[in-house]
Design a protein around this ligand. Structure first.
Ligand SMILES: N[C@@H](CCC(=O)N[C@@H](CS)C(=O)NCC(=O)O)C(=O)O
Length: 228
C-alpha cells in the first residue's frame, strides 16, 4: 500500500486532499517535525530534504508536494486538465508558480511574523509583500474562471488550497478582504468531504505541540549554525 509521510502542515495537507479525493488506499505515517523525526536516517533515505510530505509507492519514492500531486494525477489520470499542449503548459506553469512562489513566500512570511526570535521589520515586510503579491496573482486569475485552469477542478487547485487556507496566518486577520476570488475557491474546496477528511487526518496521531528548544533545533537549523 502507498505510504504517505506527513504532518498537519500545509504541504502534506494538499497531498492528503488528493489521496482522499481520488479514493486511494494509503498508509499515513506521521513525521513529527517538532521532535526532529524528519532528520532520522531512515526518513532522509526517502526525502533527503528532511521535509514532509513524501510518498513511497512500490519502488517509486516521491518528495515535494507538487511533484507528488503531479505523480499521482498522472498515475491515476485524475484531476488533470483536458489533453493538449495549451492546458499542459498552464498546468505546469501554475504548479511551479505555487511550488516556487506561493509556498516559500507564505512560509517565510509566517516564519518572520510568528517564529523569528527578533521582530525584523524589513524581513516581515518583504515576505508579507511577496506573499500578498503571489496571492493577488491567484486572486486575479480566479476572478475570471471558476478554477485555476478553467472549468475543471485539478491538482493546481489542490496545490493552491494547501497554502491559501493560511492567508490570515501569513498576512494577518482581515487579509481575506483583499482576495475575494481566492477565498471563494478555498471555501469551496474546504467544504468538500475529501478536504475535511484531509484536514482531520492529523487527528489520528498524537503530535508534539510545544515550539520549545527541541522543536526550534529540529526545524530552524540556522539558530545553531552561523553560515555567514
Ligand atoms: N517544497 C517542499 C516544502 C516542504 C516543507 O517545507 N514542509 C514543511 C511542512 S509544510 C516541513 O516539513 N517543515 C519541517 C522542517 O522544516 O523541518 C514541498 O512542497 O513539499
Amino acid at each position: 500500500m502507498l505510504k504517505f509521510y506527513y504532518s498537519g502542515a500545509p504541504n502534506p495537507t494538499k497531498v492528503a486532499l488528493f489521496l482522499e479525493e481520488a479514493g486511494l488506499s494509503y498508509e499515513p505515517i506521521p513525521v513529527d517535525t517538532r521532535k526532529g523525526e524528519q532528520h532520522k536516517p531512515e526518513y532522509l533515505a526517502i526525502n533527503p530534504n528532511a521535509k514532509v510530505p513524501a510518498i513511497v509507492d512500490g519502488d517509486a519514492i516521491v518528495f515535494d508536494s507538487n511533484a507528488i500531486l503531479l505523480y499521482l494525477a498522472e498515475k491515476t489520470g485524475k484531476f488533470l486538465p483536458p489533453n493538449g499542449d495549451k492546458a499542459r503548459g498552464e498546468l505546469l506553469s501554475w504548479l511551479m508558480f505555487v511550488a516556487s512562489g506561493v509556498g516559500p513566500y507564505a512560509g517565510q512570511s509566517v516564519h518572520f511574523r510568528q517564529y523569528a526570535p527578533e521582530k525584523i521589520e524589513y524581513a516581515i515586510n518583504r515576505y508579507a509583500y511577496e506573499a500578498q503579491r503571489h496571492f493577488g496573482i491567484l486572486d486575479a486569475r480566479l476572478a475570471t474562471r471558476r478554477y485555476m485552469l478553467g472549468d475543471a477542478y485539478t491538482i493546481v487547485d489542490m496545490a493552491v488550497w494547501g497554502w491559501a487556507r493560511l492567508v490570515p496566518v501569513a498576512l494577518g486577520d482581515g487579509a481575506w478582504t483583499k482576495f475575494p476570488h481566492l477565498k471563494r475557491l478555498v471555501d469551496e474546496i474546504s467544504a468538500r468531504p475529501a478536504a475535511q477528511r484531509a484536514v482531520a487526518l492529523k487527528d489520528r496521531h498524537k503530535w508534539k505541540t510545544e515550539m520549545d528548544d527541541e522543536a526550534r533545533r529540529a526545524m530552524f537549523g540556522h539558530l545553531t549554525q552561523k553560515v555567514a
